[in-house]
Design a protein around this ligand. Structure first.
Ligand SMILES: NC(=O)c1ccc[n+]([C@@H]2O[C@H](COP(=O)([O-])OP(=O)(O)OC[C@H]3O[C@@H](n4cnc5c(N)ncnc54)[C@H](OP(=O)(O)O)[C@@H]3O)[C@@H](O)[C@H]2O)c1
Length: 230
C-alpha cells in the first residue's frame, strides 16, 4: 500500500471520482472530499463497492472538503473553474504538510461559453490563481488536465496518456510522479514551472474539439522523442 494518502476535493465529480477509483484500485489510501459530508461518504462507498476495497485492503473514506484535506499528504483539487476560488479558501487552512495538485481548466463552458474555449485568468492560469490562494509553504502542482474522466471512470478502458505536470517544486513533483505511475497507462512528464500551466490548461479545450470531430470521449496526449524510461 502507498505511504501517501490522497484527498480528492470534488471527488464526487467526474475527474475526481475516476482518480479515486484508479488510485484506490492501485492500493493508495483515498479520502474523498465534498461540500457535503454525506455525498462524500456515498462516493466513498461507491469506490469501495467498485474496487472491492476489503479484498484490496485499501482505506477509502469520505468527508467534508476541509476535513478531507486535513488528512492527506497530497490534495487533488478537482472542481469546476467557477468554484475554484471559494473551495480553495475553504480548505487552505487545512493543508498541513500537503502538496496541492490543481486540475482546474478555465473552460468557457463553465461560465456559459463554448466548451472548446478557455477564459483568461488574471494570474495567467488557474494553477497560478491557486498558487496565490494557498499558503506559500504549500507546494502547488498543475496536472491531469489532458486526462479523460470518462476513460478513468470506466475500469474496462485501458488508459493511454501522458500527464503533464507543471510546478516550481522539484520535491513535490518527485512525490507525485510515482503515484501517477501507479495508474497503468499514465506517464508523468515534467512540463516545467507552474507558469507552463498557461499552455497546458487550454489543451483540454483542444482535446474536447478533437473528441467532437472523431466522436469519441477519450482523446489524450502523448509526447514523443523522449529518452526511454521517461
Ligand atoms: N471531466 C474531465 O474529463 C476533466 C479532465 C481534465 C480536467 N478536468 C478539470 O477537473 C475539474 C473537475 O472536473 P469534473 O468534470 O470532475 O467536474 P464536475 O464533475 O462538474 O464537478 C466536480 C465536483 O466539484 C464539486 N463542486 C464544488 N463546487 C462546485 C460548484 N460551485 N458547482 C459544481 N460543482 C462544485 C462538486 O462536488 P460536491 O457537490 O460534492 O462538493 C462536483 O462533484 C475541472 O476544473 C475540469 O476542468 C476535467
Amino acid at each position: 500500500m502507498s505511504q501517501e494518502r490522497i484527498a480528492i476535493i470534488g471527488g464526487t465529480g467526474d475527474l475526481g471520482f475516476g482518480l479515486a477509483l484508479r488510485w484506490a484500485g492501485a492500493g493508495v489510501p483515498i479520502v474523498i472530499g465534498s461540500r457535503d459530508a454525506q455525498r462524500a461518504q456515498d462516493a466513498s462507498d461507491r469506490v469501495k463497492a467498485t474496487i472491492n476495497a476489503a479484498a484490496a485492503q485499501v482505506s477509502v473514506g469520505g468527508f467534508e472538503n476541509a476535513e478531507a484535506a486535513a488528512q492527506a499528504s497530497i490534495v487533488v483539487l478537482a472542481v469546476p473553474f467557477p468554484a475554484q476560488v471559494a473551495i480553495l479558501k475553504s480548505i487552505r487552512h487545512s493543508l498541513k504538510d500537503a502538496i496541492l495538485v490543481d486540475t482546474t481548466v478555465p473552460l468557457a463552458a463553465t461560465l456559459g461559453g463554448k466548451p472548446t474555449r478557455t477564459v483568461g485568468v488574471w494570474q495567467g492560469s488557474a494553477a497560478e490563481q491557486a498558487r496565490e490562494l494557498v499558503p506559500q509553504r504549500v507546494p502547488v502542482l498543475a496536472a491531469f488536465h489532458s486526462l479523460s474522466a470518462d476513460a478513468l471512470q470506466n475500469l474496462s478502458t485501458s488508459l493511454d496518456c501522458d500527464i503533464l505536470v507543471c510546478g516550481d517544486d522539484p520535491a513535490a513533483k518527485e512525490k507525485l510522479f510515482p503515484l501517477v505511475k501507479l495508474i497503468p497507462g499514465l506517464r508523468p512528464l515534467d512540463a516545467g514551472p507552474l507558469e507552463m500551466a498557461r499552455i497546458v490548461e487550454p489543451l483540454t479545450a483542444l482535446l474536447i474539439s478533437i473528441n467532437r470531430r472523431y466522436k469519441v470521449h477519450h482523446a489524450g496526449l502523448r509526447v514523443t522523442g523522449l529518452p526511454t524510461g521517461a
